[in-house]
Design a protein around this ligand. Structure first.
Ligand SMILES: *[C@@H]1O[C@H](CO)[C@@H](O)[C@H](O)[C@H]1NC(C)=O
Ligand SMILES: *[C@@H]1O[C@H](CO)[C@@H](O)[C@H](O)[C@H]1NC(C)=O
Ligand SMILES: *[C@@H]1O[C@H](CO)[C@@H](O)[C@H](O)[C@H]1NC(C)=O
Ligand SMILES: *[C@@H]1O[C@H](CO)[C@@H](O)[C@H](O)[C@H]1NC(C)=O
Ligand SMILES: *[C@@H]1O[C@H](CO)[C@@H](O)[C@H](O)[C@H]1NC(C)=O
Ligand SMILES: *[C@@H]1O[C@H](CO)[C@@H](O)[C@H](O)[C@H]1NC(C)=O
Length: 593
């Protein structure tokens, strides 16, 4: 190695003179017979010439050497060492399976090395020796399984490394050591099952990381924590990625993040919230159905949000609240029926809006869009109306400034039908209030207590999907008025219903043990639940008769002993047969003297 590099480095200042001498003297300076040296200056083009070895007689002033699409199978040490001015070497689509250590010695000016589409399995130590100026290395479409420690150790100028389409299963923690200037790394279509975090942490200058087409289902907290300079992260096509853990992006300070064609079912707000320098967020092609209100506000510098082809059905009012620099929204090809002006902090700042491919209802909610249609950049196709029928299929651009009557209008919500205005329910039972409304757009139904909060969708008192209010296990304190409010963007209507609660007997009469004590008697007279059941089966009167008889005898006996209490009372509320709520229970009071 030393013998090959030292003389060249020593000659360096004299190289132009040497080249001149070589040219004049014709010392191997011609053009190899198989190649084309005339199309471009200082370029030797030998692509697709069925070459099995590097041709001899390459001009030493060559700057571009294209050997792609040949049958080269190996590259020996020092083979190209005379090409000290070479800047680009293309060895793509050959049959190279082994590169000898030192194969690229002497190519100290080389900037670009393409080894795509070969049969490389292993990158031995020293293969890339001498490539001190290399900035781009393309190793895609090979059969490399492992990157060992120090695999790229001598590529101190490398800025871009392409390693996709390999069989990579393992990247050693020190594999990328020495790549002090690497700015961009793409790992795609490999067999990696985890993100090689420790190896990536050795790339201090990495600015862009693309992780595409990987079968990885998880990005663990802190997995990319060592990449403090990373500006741009792309995660594309990880079908198994269903969610981002809150700490997944910890330690990063991104300005652009794309997580596309994965399986995220919601915007990962928790994982994103610390990215206050984020400007571009792309979550396209994930099954995300809604953008809720105000959750993006920690991303104060966000300018662009792309969420196309995601199955979005709603963008809440105030969805982009707090994003003062926001100017691009791409929600093309979703299931949105509308996009309300109130979603944006300042709709006038919006420059680009991609909204085509949505089933938009052209009513009063889209009037703002009509107003801004001349100024907004809708991309290649303007949004079109899917309804109402008289404007179906019409693009927003086709409407004139003066709208015919009945265009882009709404009907305020009105209560159509409701249940009784006065509902009576027994304590412990279920009460139901129905309410529904008409309007265009279809109104939402909500319920509230007059002085209280809106009633929610969960709990003992809840609003069902269809707008019905349900109170399970009614309590005395539920008594009072309830207000049904139907509302849409054009207006609201409300109706008050009163709930009256009937207090019922406490559940003393359930089948519990009955403990009758006769003072002065021979100890407690005890009836367990089986006994109670029997009494109920026999009938209360026969039972009472026999008990009365019995107590009579006992009383006589006690009296003879002188310790008399003259009566005994017992209360018995028999359980109501289920379903019969009007009977009020069977209370029997017996006084025995
Ligand atoms: C990588 O994955 C591909 C396709 O799933 C498979 O054919 C290949 O054998 C795997 N390679 C290794 C080294 O696991
Ligand atoms: C995506 O996630 C859903 C559940 O959230 C799951 O049923 C489906 O199989 C996932 N798809 C893939 C390709 O993993
Ligand atoms: C985050 O990156 C921005 C540039 O995008 C930079 O101005 C800022 O200082 C960085 N913040 C931290 C904490 O590194
Ligand atoms: C109903 O509409 C009126 C104005 O018409 C408004 O003041 C009120 O806040 C609305 N109520 C609800 C519950 O939306
Ligand atoms: C049974 O009823 C009495 C009054 O009739 C009451 O004081 C007691 O709390 C009730 N017991 C239960 C378990 O409800
Ligand atoms: C029945 O009542 C007596 C006296 O009041 C009491 O000591 C006993 O524990 C009671 N038995 C049951 C099962 O409640």
């Amino acid at each position: 190695m030393a013998t090959a590099t030292t003389p060249q480095q020593a000659w360096h200042p004299w190289r132009p003179l040497l080249v001149l001498l070589l040219l004049l003297g014709g010392g191997g300076g011609g053009c190899p017979a198989a190649c084309d040296c005339t199309s471009r200056p200082r370029a030797v083009l030998c692509a697709h010439r069925r070459l099995e070895a590097v041709p001899g007689g390459l001009p030493p002033d060559t700057e571009l050497l294209d050997l792609s699409g040949n049958r080269l199978w190996g590259l020996q040490r020092g083979m190209l060492s005379r090409l000290g001015l070479l800047q680009e070497l293309d060895l793509s689509d050959n049959q190279l399976s082994a590169l000898e250590p030192g194969a690229f010695l002497g190519l100290q000016s080389l900037l670009t090395l393409r080894l795509r589409g070969n049969r490389l399995r292993i990158l031995g130590p020293g293969v890339f020796s001498g490539l001190s100026a290399l900035t781009l290395l393309d190793l895609r479409l090979n059969q490399i399984v492992l990157f060992l420690d120090g695999a790229f150790g001598e590529l101190g100028s490398l800025q871009q490394l392409e390693v996709g389409d390999n069989h990579l299963v393992f990247v050693a923690p020190g594999a990328f050591a020495g790549l002090a200037k690497l700015r961009s790394l793409t790992l795609e279509r490999c067999n990696l099952s985890t993100v090689p975090g420790p190896a990536l942490a050795r790339l201090p200058e990495l600015g862009a990381l693309r992780l595409r087409d990987l079968d990885i289902g998880r990005l663990p907290a802190g997995a990319l924590g060592g990449l403090g300079q990373l500006q741009e992260l792309e995660i594309h096509r990880w079908p198994a990625l269903e969610a981002l853990e809150p700490g997944s992006l910890a330690g990063l300070n991104l300005s652009s993040l794309a997580i596309t064609r994965c399986n995220l079912s919601a915007v990962p707000f928790q994982a994103l919230r610390h990215l206050s320098f984020l400007r571009v967020l792309d979550l396209s092609q994930n099954p995300i159905s809604a953008i809720p209100a105000r959750r993006l506000s920690p991303l104060v510098r966000l300018q662009e949000l792309r969420l196309s082809g995601a199955g979005l059905t709603s963008i809440a009012a105030h969805a982009f609240h707090g994003l003062t620099a926001f100017h691009l929204l791409d929600v093309a090809d979703n299931a949105l029926q509308t996009l309300e002006e109130t979603a944006f902090p300042s709709p006038d700042k919006l420059v680009t809006l991609r909204l085509s491919g949505n089933p938009l209802t052209c009513d009063c909610r889209l009037l703002w869009l009509l107003r801004l249609r001349g100024r907004l950049d809708f991309g290649s196709s303007a949004p079109a109306c899917a309804g109402p029928q008289h404007v179906q299929g019409k693009s927003l651009r086709e409407f004139s400034d003066i709208l015919p009557p009945g265009h882009f209008t709404c009907q305020p919500a009105l209560i159509r039908k409701s249940g009784p205005r006065w509902v009576i329910a027994e304590e412990g039972r279920r009460a139901i209030f129905s309410c529904s409304g008409d309007g265009d757009p279809a109104p939402t139904v909500s319920w509230m207590r007059p002085q209280g909060a809106w009633l929610g969708r969960a709990g003992r008192v809840r609003v069902l999907e269809d707008g019905t209010l349900e109170i399970r296990s009614v309590q005395l304190r539920d008594r009072g008025p309830y207000v049904c409010v139907v509302s849409n963007v054009a207006g609201n209507d409300s109706l008050r219903t009163w709930l009256e609660v009937i207090q019922v007997e406490p559940p003393n009469g359930t089948l519990s043990d009955l403990n009758i004590t006769v003072p002065g008697g021979p100890g407690p007279f005890f009836l367990d639940s089986r006994g109670v059941a029997m009494v109920l089966a026999v009938g209360f009167l026969p039972f009472l008769t026999s008990v009365t008889l019995c107590f009579g005898l006992i009383a006589l006996w006690s009296k003879s002993k002188g310790r008399v209490k003259h009566h005994v009372t017992f209360d018995f509320v028999a359980p109501r047969p289920s379903g019969d709520k009007k009977s009020g229970g069977n209370r029997v009071t017996a006084k025995l003297f």
